[in-house]
Design a protein around this ligand. Structure first.
Ligand code: NDP
Length: 342
């Protein structure tokens, strides 16, 4: 396979790139600048001829990907992950909405002119599935691929918190992609992969922990750069998956014909703040004074918890998931090394 991958330098993008290369695929990685391409080449230095680059400075521009799609070696699959998930550099709601929606549309429009393309895989989110304002009914709530976040444009334009706008950006961009498929009936199929919170060790180089991607930064801020006596943080979105598993889901989605035109939720299950704290405190002695204690072993899930339907990820993509210990201990150990300057 020859795959065109956007957002290749991101937290998840880097893991996808690594796994595509180790599956023996040839990859054209799309990034915003030459320096980001240079850095990727260092991280994936053994890729050789299997890795080339295309620089697309603005994914919202008209015909943004026309040049990137021109390849002597025909591309058969596109994986689109480039989309802002970084609240820190956002000035207004459009900084989150425009790249998400227009970037997705440009990828799809550009592919219409490339007959060799058979499949487009977009990295969406359970943000496009769950209704975050809903309290689960008695017995809990299972979110499936048939559900859509009901957020509206009106709510989004009035929203003052970036998490609502981020979730809307994922919802509107994935919806636009499925509408494009329905209206344009292109020669390729579409797959959307919808992970919950993604955590785990990073492959992309950072010099300071403050440069961490948004989801891992949450673990650093609340569970590592904290103190023993601090209050245990709220559970937040407690469905999660390891970055290595969502990356593998992309490789499987390239390979499995039967996943065509499906949305697939890729989650490992639920994890509470108490579980994360318990794992880190028991596995990493250096965190004894830094990770909040809470009440060891207490089940802090709500009485009626929600969960996400991971049956299709198991059955269609054949995924098994890493343990919580692997995810949080591998991440925390790496962050402690980065803190030391290693
Ligand atoms: P990162 O911030 O590490 O990566 C984001 C990637 O998207 C980078 O390659 C970044 O490029 C690119 N990007 C961001 N904004 C723009 C823009 N305006 N124009 C062009 N490219 C842009 O985050 P993640 O790896 O976590 O996120 C990747 C994808 O995964 C996103 O689509 C996100 O919504 C989705 N996701 C992430 C989850 C998580 O918990 N991490 C959960 C569910 C979904 P650059 O370096 O140039 O900014």
């Amino acid at each position: 396979h020859r795959v065109l991958l956007t957002g290749a330098n991101g937290f998840i993008g880097n893991h996808i790139l690594a796994q595509l290369l180790s599956a023996g695929f040839s990859v054209r990685a799309i990034v915003r600048s030459q320096s980001k391409a240079d850095s990727l080449l260092q991280t994936h230095s053994s890729a050789g001829h299997n890795l080339d680059f295309s620089i697309v400075p603005d994914i919202t521009a008209h015909d943004a990907f026309t040049e990137a799609y021109q390849s002597e070696d025909p591309v058969d699959t596109v994986i689109h992950t480039a989309s802002p998930f970084l609240y820190r550099e956002v000035n207004n709601n459009h900084d989150l909405l425009d790249p998400a929606i227009k970037g997705t549309m440009e990828i799809l429009k550009g592919a219409k002119n490339v007959p060799s393309i058979k499949r487009i895989i977009i990295l969406s989110s359970i943000a496009a599935i769950m209704d975050y304002s809903e309290t689960s009914p008695p017995g809990g709530r299972l979110w499936t691929d048939r559900d859509w976040n009901p957020v509206t444009w009106e709510e989004t334009s009035q929203a003052e918190d970036y998490s609502t706008v981020y979730r809307a950006s994922k919802t509107f961009s994935e919806k636009a992609a499925w509408e494009f498929m329905k209206e344009q009936k292109p020669h390729f199929d579409l797959v959307s992969l919808n992970p919950p919170m993604v955590y785990g060790p990073i492959l992309h180089p950072i010099s300071e922990v403050s440069q961490l991607n948004e989801s891992n930064l949450r673990i650093w801020d609340l569970f590592i750069n904290s103190s023993k006596g601090a209050e245990l943080p709220p559970n937040g979105v407690y469905s999660y998956v390891d970055v290595r598993d969502i990356a593998l889901a992309h490789v499987r989605a390239v390979l499995k014909p039967e996943v065509g035109n499906k949305r697939v939720i890729v989650g490992a299950g639920s994890v509470t703040s108490q579980e994360i704290a318990d794992i880190l405190r028991s596995e990493i002695p250096a965190l004894a004074g830094r990770t909040p204690v809470g009440n060891l072993g207490e089940n802090t899930l709500p009485i009626n918890p929600y969960s996400v339907d991971i049956g299709p990820a198991r059955d269609i993509l054949g995924l098994e998931f890493l343990s919580k210990k692997a995810t949080f201990v591998d991440l925390a150990r790496q962050l402690l090394e980065i803190e030391k300057g290693n």
